[in-house]
Every structure is written in structure tokens, then in C-alpha cells.
Design a protein around this ligand. Sequence first.
Ligand SMILES: NC(=O)C1=CN([C@@H]2O[C@H](COP(=O)(O)OP(=O)(O)OC[C@H]3O[C@@H](n4cnc5c(N)ncnc54)[C@H](OP(=O)(O)O)[C@@H]3O)[C@@H](O)[C@H]2O)C=CC1
Ligand SMILES: CC(=O)N[C@@H](CCC(=O)OP(=O)(O)O)C(=O)O
Length: 345
Amino acid sequence: MKDIKVAILGASGYTGAELVRLLALHPALTIKAMTGDRKAGQPMAGVFPHLASLSLPDLVAIDQVDFKTVDAVFCCLPHGTTQEVIAALPGNVRIVDLSADFRLFDVDTYAQWYGHEHRAPALQKEAVYGLTEIARDKIAKARLVANPGCYPTSVQLPLIPLLEQGLIAAEDIVIDAKSGVSGAGRSAKEANLFTEVAEGIHPYGIASHRHAPEIEQGLSEAVGKPVMVTFTPHLMPMSRGMLSTIYAKTKGADANALRATLAERFKGEHFVKVLPEGVVPATRHVRGSNFCLINVFDDRIKGRVIITCVIDNLVKGASGQALQNMNLMFGLPETLGLEQQPMFP
Ligand SMILES: NC(=O)C1=CN([C@@H]2O[C@H](COP(=O)(O)OP(=O)(O)OC[C@H]3O[C@@H](n4cnc5c(N)ncnc54)[C@H](OP(=O)(O)O)[C@@H]3O)[C@@H](O)[C@H]2O)C=CC1
Ligand SMILES: CC(=O)N[C@@H](CCC(=O)OP(=O)(O)O)C(=O)O
């Protein structure tokens, strides 16, 4: 099989390390370089002992990577730091960016939500939004893929097909979403201390989270008119996992009809599964895997449904979907490196 050389920028973070874990089982991608910032100069086994059995290059600073020797880059840097780094890469390198830096097509919307002007507006025009099951053909041809955020992945996968088919109303969609703490990255933050997150749960970013415009961009495209949603994320006392519970008005169809539509839309998809009637998806059903499990339930209030969707924020919500996209970009089977079943319980 092809030997494709990749660099992982930000390998000393959670999504970078998760990519290393997944790539260990990949037959065609070889890790040529890995970067850290504060951790540059350290061996990976010193930073992430769980990866000690792998033979890996040491972490270096980004300016020490010879990008002429790599075919592809996974960019796992914090949002806001990525646009200039990617703009400086050679034109022949394929890139999957896990940050939010290229996800919003409209640079004014980006500036409004991220607090600064876009630093690579020309490149933004070229970026393809990488929700794999929805944009497969475009992703396969792209040079730069903006990998979706974790919450937007768990929300758009169930909602886009239902909106496209006109089965639910585009108004009054309410999203109650919950994430494991690894979603916030590995760098030290007071809000993520054990004492702040254990034995409790709290909402954050109420009516102001930057994933709202990303979700709205995808849903608006699905219906061909502007859509706004109520979106409230919550931080859960668990390390990984994401659950989105979505409340929507139907246009007459019941949960069985909606479930059948989703099952038809995702028929043949390896990673997106619609569960049988009544079966409740839980984060522990997808832990460590690239799967997305969906179900639909009738509300007691006639004309409303409750849609539940679970993913692992670090896999389908980040590094797994990034690898799925990179496989597509190189014409490889999408499942390479992603065959592992979830860890349960
Ligand atoms: N965690 C998640 O579930 C998800 C994260 N994402 C996105 O993926 C990206 C990476 O997230 P995550 O892995 O969680 O983040 P982490 O904070 O865990 O890791 C960030 C990485 O970037 C490096 N870094 C930090 N600042 C700089 C800088 N100024 N220049 C160069 N390198 C830098 C860090 O190096 P060092 O540690 O050595 O200082 C580290 O390797 C983010 O944009 C995030 O929003 C997307 C979906 C889900
Ligand atoms: C728990 C937690 O803090 N989660 C992050 C989302 C992580 C992610 O997927 O988003 P980006 O790639 O857009 O940063 C947050 O709410 O900002």
C-alpha cells in the first residue's frame, strides 16, 4: 500500500495524541514529524506514556519541520493560531485542520465569533467543510479540509437529512449537548480542574457558544434559508464522550418515519448507525471509536420529536473524522485506521 508521509502539528495535545493512537493501526500513513509548543524537544513517550510502545519521532517546534518531506498535515493547534501556519505550507501538501479556523465560510461571521479578522481569507475560499457523510465528494478533491467541531458533528449528522427532506421544522430547534472534559484540550485551565468538574455538571457558553454559527451554517445550507438554533453545551464529569439531545417540531411525520429516513440516508455508512426503535444511545456505546449512534423518539407533546446522538468527541468529533477525511483525500478506504470497536463498558 502507498507510503504517505504525514506531520501532526500539535501532537502533544489530546487530538494530536489520539491521531497517533489511530495511526498506529494505519497501513498507509507514516508519521514523519510531530510538533509541540511547550513540549517541543521531548520524546512522545515522555508526554504520553500510553503511546510508549510506538516508534515515533520526538516532538519538535513547527519551524523545525521540513514540510517538503511530507505529503499531508493534520493540524491540531488551538483555533486562532492555525490560519497563518497553514497559509505558510507548501501548495502540494494536503491538510486536515482540526481547529475552527477554516470552518466558517463567511470571514465576517468568523471575525464576529472569534474576535479577530481572518488571517488567511484567500485560503478560506478553498477550504471544504469536512462532515464526511454529508460532503464526501468535495472532501475527496480538497486540498484543505476544515474538520467540523465535535458538537456540530453530533448535531448536523442527524438534522441535515431530516431538514433536507422537509420532515422537521427549521424553526424552534433546541439542542441540549454534553461533552467530556477532554473537549477543552490538555492545557491547564482553572475551569477544568478536577474540583471544578467532578461530581457535578454545568452549562456554559449559554446563548453565546461559537459552535452555534457553525451548526447554523450547515443547517441553513440544508434548507436553503437562514436557520437559528437554541444551543446549550454542558460540561460533564467524564474524560471523553458527547451526547446531543435535540428537540424539534415535525411536519406531520412521527419518530418511526424520521428514523426510517435517517436509516435510509445512512444505509451503507460504516460509522453512522441509526438504532432500532426504543434503543437509547449512550456515550459508553461509542467510547474510543469513530461511530455515531442516533435515535429518534416521539415526545408526549404531539408534533414534537426528541433526537439523540452520541459520538466520542476525540474520535468522530475530532481525530477519527480527520483520519476518515484524510483517507478520502488519498483515495484510500475510509475505514483505514478506524476499525476498532468501542470500548465497553
Ligand atoms: N479536544 C476535542 O475534543 C476537540 C478539539 N478540537 C480542536 O482541535 C484543536 C486541538 O485540540 P486539542 O488537542 O484538544 O488541544 P490541546 O490543548 O490538547 O493541544 C494543543 C496543541 O497545540 C500546541 N500549541 C498550543 N499553542 C501553540 C502555538 N501557539 N503554536 C504552536 N503550537 C501550539 C500544544 O503544544 P504544547 O502542549 O506542547 O504546548 C498542543 O500540542 C483545537 O483547535 C480544538 O479546538 C476539535 C474537535 C474536538
Ligand atoms: C468541553 C469543551 O470545552 N469543548 C470545546 C469544544 C471543543 C471542540 O470541538 O471544538 P473546537 O474545535 O471548535 O474548538 C468548547 O466548548 O469550546
